[in-house]
Design a protein around this ligand. Sequence first.
Ligand code: AVJ
Ligand code: FE
Length: 432
Amino acid sequence: MTTQDLRLTIAAELERTRARTALLTEAVDDDDLTRQHSPLMSPLVWDLAHVGNQEELWLVRDVGGRDPVRHDIDELYDAFKHSRRDRTALPLLNPAEARAYVGQVRDKVFDVLDRVRFDSAQRLVDGGFAFGMILQHEQQHDETMLATHQLRAGSPVLTAPSPPAATAVPAGEILIRAGTFTMGTDTEPWALDNERSAHLVDVPAFWIDAAPVTNGDYLAFIDAGGYDESRWWSERGWAHRQSAGLEAPMHWLRDHDGWHYRRFGRVEPVNPAEPVVHVCYFEAEAYAAWAGKRLPTEAEWEKAARWDPATGRSRRFPWGDDPPGPQHANLGQRHLSPAPVGAYPDGASPSGVHQLIGDVWEWVSSGFEPYPGFAAFPYQEYSEVFFGGDYKMLRGGSFGTDTTAVRSTFRNWDHPIRRQIFSGFRCARDAS
Ligand code: AVJ
Ligand code: FE
């Protein structure tokens, strides 16, 4: 790509992403923007100004070498200084000030973008990396803000067309044969530090579900008393199930005619064909045990998603190296729910595993550990400070994840009790 093409691509991505941020923050009034919808989440107005502040720190000040737009607010928008539950009490920029701030930062960023040379000797800008990192940061917060929207009470404010219908019936389980595959990447220009470096991993043969676990599958677990039998749960999982009073996925409601969910303010019957969403790691683990299976490891998930058995090569995406199109995966908040299983046959992996990218984040059994030769870049607080913590990995993105913010190597993580995120899972089992 020429320098000019890269500038144009980045500019278009910045505009596209900001349009989504604007939509999510303009859909509600000022009171709603500054309110805490859940102690798990920031007020939306914090996310907005935080997005602008990160953009100012990295692109205006670091890449651009420009004067600060605001020199006095870094501390307020530093995610490590104040927990989400405490952010409403801070002297935050009000909605009008936050909008003006992010707009001023963005104007300077376009100026920096016009002049920047993507010098391959400067790793921060090589291939447009710093811009790609900041774009993905805003997109990650757009997904976080979507989760806040899902938690907010009141009438619906977001609308989107329904996802496509199923056109294929994914096979039950797929055998992935034993052998090494390339995990992680050295070549993906906007891959974050934790996705690097590419390395060979030897994975014993395993079976993996051709599709994520559906609401229908999960209802069978509920109906079989899965939430009442400690034998399906890990010790920690059972303790959490008891103390949190878990009985069904988050946002599910039971009434006289069965299970419903509340989705962005609308109450709908639970659709048995859709992947289950809003379950924590412990619920996923219990379901898998009840089904006589287990969760895949992170390496198994990535091998199922990338490895081409015909060539032995790892692809960027299950369907190949092309970026995600609407025929491949349910991404980008194009729809406000997961699509039914079988809705994306064009997105299947060469082995025949469906819907690995999009729909729901998939819990895997691995914790957050660095790949061999890991080096924090460009800052330790993106990944390194979380290694070895009380986290489980999530792979593949959800309907709320931007197309630029996910790939087969992308690694997400959260505490195993979290379920306000768009989290589901699929099962695996040993082949031997
Ligand atoms: C990678 C999704 C775990 O939201 O906490 C946003 C992404 N890092 N701002 C998060 C992130 C800094 C991060 N996750
Ligand atoms: Fe952030």
